[in-house]
Write a protein that binds this ligand. Sequence first.
Ligand SMILES: [Zn+2]
Ligand SMILES: [Zn+2]
Length: 181
Amino acid sequence: MLQNRIDDQLTISRENIREAEGIFLKHLKRVGLKQTGQRSAILRTFLETREHLSIDELHRLVKKTDPRIGFTTVYRTLKLLAGCGLASEVAFHDGIARYEHQYNRRNHHHMVCTECGASVEFFSEKVGEIEQEIGHKHHYVTTRHTFQIYGVCEDCRNENGRNEDSRSDDGRKKSNGRRIV
Ligand SMILES: [Zn+2]
Ligand SMILES: [Zn+2]
């Protein structure tokens, strides 16, 4: 199941893509690799997709652009993208590694339904404040944290309770990301 996510910007501009490509290129040079057509196709597809993607899902998408791109290339490219901060791994309920692009994105957290795997992205200043506070208290300079909420979504609760249509009142389909603040 694709995991929807929210972004500050709904689409990514050409300029943004060029900038991200620049970051990637620098990183490739640093680790002694060359930019290839396949690697940049993977990056572009990844940036244009607003979902939390497993390697498999991204592979399926990039094959539409270039059927010759193999699974291993996608896997390695994602690792490289993570290495330069353009991608990060998100762990949901099923143990499958998913990736989301971090280019121009605000730090956010996820809430995951343990029944169907739907996820919600949310921003919370409070979590960041706690990080600062604890760090300060113990004389650490903090760099990051992980925080994830697990639960059962409304649709799954409705399904379990009564055998009704799995959509909720507003017609929202399962797995749609929602913004909560
Ligand atoms: Zn996310
Ligand atoms: Zn659910």
